[in-house]
Ligand binder design. Structure first.
Ligand code: GDP
Ligand code: MN
Length: 386
């Protein structure tokens, strides 16, 4: 779950990471007022769940409160398209109005989960303000990392090492070590899957301040981070993914093609998408229903697939292990009978209770295309679209 920049900054400030003074605004008048409270000069920043706002025109400098109002007016109610947002962009429903910072240096600081090392790591670089992926590619030697060992925790010497490596020495060393340590505290206590400050600025008057902040909360921690999950802004999400989540489907990702897929198991789902593309088609989504032994859940999943206006054929590909293919077949029949998947529907079932499953499909008398192998299923779905 992604927090907005203004929410992430409030969180980090609570943990002692310095952030610029400022406040969120939802109308141009409010933006003007906040700028006036800040003394007139301000930065007006589009609040969307995507990075790259600066290059996309989502960050505006205002010299007066009236300029701040105009900047907010230009941003609010529009959609911001950045290199991370997808072509449709993301809606700007709020702007963060902050005091302007006189920047001397821009650094990068983040806590991420390193799945290879199996623990969170702190990443720091003196090359901040730009895409960290580009730095990693062109100048890997400019990126420093320290693991957060779950048994001993993050150690003070590690924070000092990162500060020195990124040139935060002298008077800056103490505040830098504090900022790094406090960012780690926030990430660990709040179940951050990503806590990123880019840029971490050194100001002209030699202070350290988090100019930007990204904070993602691990979705598996929703039960113990209820206050943070209450901040979720679903207007930023793909509407169909929100519906899928509400129906209890964790793994639904909307894609660009026109073959709607219902598959169990992430591996089979990936293989199914490959098979569709191998046959010259394009999947409309990635959907792993997991083990669902409830026809109503299957029906709900199919309803979401069928309601996607891009979908022109549906492919159900199930290998029943713990999932029973007869239950899946019941769900498919329910959805088809109720007109929830009007598109041509290809079904391939294998594994647990497959005879019973096939019989349910046969007895339904519905127009369901049947495949034995999944290469065949993919071929039939691609043909149905054509
Ligand atoms: P992002 O493009 O979505 O990552 O948005 P950021 O918040 O990181 O802002 C992008 C860039 O705008 C930063 O790297 C800064 O160079 C610039 N910027 C942001 N806030 C200020 C500010 O207060 N003063 C100045 N001079 N530049 C700023
Ligand atoms: Mn940034």
């Amino acid at each position: 779950m992604k927090l907005h920049e203004y929410q992430a900054k409030e969180l980090l400030a609570r943990y002692g990471v310095p952030v610029p003074k400022g406040r969120v605004a939802r109308t141009p008048e409010e933006a003007e007022q906040v700028a006036a409270e800040l003394g007139g000069k301000a930065v007006v920043k589009a609040q969307v769940h995507a990075g790259g706002r600066g290059k996309a025109g989502g960050i505006k400098l205002a010299a007066t409160p009236v300029e701040a109002r105009a900047a907010a007016q230009a941003l609010l109610g529009t959609r911001l398209v950045t290199h991370q947002s997808g072509p449709a962009g993301q809606p700007i429903d709020a702007v963060l109005v902050e005091e302007q910072t006189d920047i001397a240096r821009e650094l990068y600081l983040a806590v991420i989960i390193d799945s290879a090392r199996g623990m969170p790591v702190v990443i720091a670089s003196a090359a901040g303000g730009m895409e960290i992926e580009e730095v990693a590619e062109a100048h890997p030697e400019r990126i420093f990392s320290e693991p957060i060992d779950p048994t001993v925790g993050f150690q003070p010497f590690q924070a000092r090492a990162l500060a020195f490596a990124t040139g935060l020495d002298g008077d800056l060393n103490r505040p830098a070590v504090a900022a790094i340590t406090n960012l780690v505290g926030a990430a660990l206590e709040c179940d951050g899957s990503l806590a990123e400050i880019n840029p971490l600025a050194v100001t002209a008057d030699n202070r350290i301040v988090a100019l930007d902040a990204k904070f993602n909360v691990d979705d598996n921690a929703d039960y113990r981070q209820q206050a943070l999950f209450g901040l979720a802004d679903t207007a930023q999400d793909e509407p169909i993914e929100v519906r899928a989540r509400d129906a209890g489907i964790e793994n639904y990702v909307k894609l660009g093609g026109n073959i709607g897929c219902m598959v169990n198991g992430a591996g089979l789902a990936m293989a199914t998408m490959d098979a569709i593309q191998f046959e010259g088609g394009m999947p409309a989504n990635f959907l792993d229903i997991g083990t669902q032994n409830d026809p109503a859940a299957i029906k709900a999943a199919l309803e979401i697939i069928g309601a996607d206006p891009d979908v022109r054929a549906v492919l159900v590909n199930i290998f029943g292990g713990l999932a029973r293919t007869d239950v899946i077949a019941e769900g498919v029949v329910l959805a088809k009978r109720e007109g929830l998947i009007p598109q041509p529907t290809v079904v391939r079932l294998a594994g647990t209770n497959v005879e019973a499953g096939m019989k349910i499909l046969d007895d339904s008398g519905l127009d369901l295309l049947r495949a034995d192998g999944f290469a065949e299923a993919a071929r039939m779905a691609v043909a149905a679209v054509r």
